[in-house]
Ligand binder design. Structure first.
Ligand SMILES: NC(=O)c1ccc[n+]([C@@H]2O[C@H](COP(=O)([O-])OP(=O)(O)OC[C@H]3O[C@@H](n4cnc5c(N)ncnc54)[C@H](OP(=O)(O)O)[C@@H]3O)[C@@H](O)[C@H]2O)c1
Length: 254
């Protein structure tokens, strides 16, 4: 079995790569930083005895996305699981005159997810098996700048993909984590000091829970009990209350 993981050099993607390698799966690792990719590949193959291939690609660049898509459709080297994980946090507001970071977010976290999901879906459907995992977020149920719409899109896209792949043997899961200590917040310049300690969950634990849901064929995975409570409230509380919480969270980041 082979899994392709985007963004495996840090955080949630690295935890997916470790967990899948520990299950004996060969890996294809995709990210921008070649040195970090090589380091991760060497460590994973030494620790778990699996074959690890690396693909240096910027998922904001169309040609790079097409190269990764071609790898997913290479029948001679089948990929059984795609983890569409690469992404980043967004601190920029919606009124910022420079909207380049929003464009990049849509390219990396929506367009690349769609192109890679389509490529994997075609190849897996032809083989009658496979799994496509898209990393969404609890943020997709609230209203924070462009990040919430992006992650709501990932969840909604996963539902559409699951509808199109129904009965083909290919599973689709949107994983919706809450708060995970990774490089995400620091890279985006988001302060974490006001976020209460009890909402954070360790990446390895979160991924173990997510893999259980993926193996069971769950479409939406909320991979921690405390986040399930938050998701329930976000889905069922009056929308005005959710917008009030969203305002608090947005202003705490400034
Ligand atoms: N951390 C959280 O609290 C949290 C919560 C909910 C959802 N998420 C989601 O989880 C996913 C992973 O985030 P994380 O927290 O693990 O962040 P992270 O530690 O910053 O890792 C991000 C990974 O994505 C890669 N990446 C970023 N931009 C890329 C690009 N243009 N092309 C290719 N690879 C790229 C990075 O590698 P390179 O820099 O080498 O390219 C890195 O491997 C994201 O989709 C994020 O939105 C995170």
């Amino acid at each position: 079995m082979t899994a392709l993981v985007t963004g495996p050099t840090s955080g949630i993607g690295a935890a997916f790569a470790r967990a899948l390698a520990a299950r004996g799966e060969d890996l294809v690792l995709v990210a921008r930083d070649a040195a970090r990719l090589e380091e991760a590949a060497a460590q994973l193959s030494a620790e778990h005895g699996v074959a690890v291939e690396t693909l240096v690609a910027d998922l904001a660049a169309r040609d790079d996305v097409l190269r990764v898509a071609a790898r997913l459709e290479d029948d001679a080297r089948p990929v059984d699981m795609l983890v569409n994980n690469a992404g980043f946090g967004l601190r920029a507001g919606l009124l910022e005159p420079d909207w380049s970071v929003h464009e990049k977010a849509l390219d990396v976290m929506c367009l690349a997810v769609l192109v890679l999901g389509g490529a994997a879906g075609r190849a897996m459907r032809a083989r009658g098996r496979g799994a496509i995992v898209n990393i969404s977020s609890l943020a997709g149920w609230i209203a924070q700048g462009n990040y919430s719409p992006v992650k709501a899109w990932v969840r909604s896209y996963s539902e559409g993909l699951a509808v199109e792949l129904h009965g083909t043997g290919v599973g689709v899961t949107a994983v919706c984590p809450g708060w995970v200590k990774t490089e995400f917040h620091e890279r985006a310049g988001i302060r974490t000091s006001s976020i209460p300690a009890f909402v954070w969950v360790d990446a390895d634990r979160m991924v173990a829970n997510a893999l259980r849901d993926i193996d069971r064929g769950k479409l939406i995975s909320i991979p921690a009990k405390r986040w399930k409570v938050a998701a329930f409230l976000a889905r069922h509380a009056p929308r005005g209350a959710i917008l009030w919480v969203s305002r608090l969270l947005t202003s705490s980041r400034k």
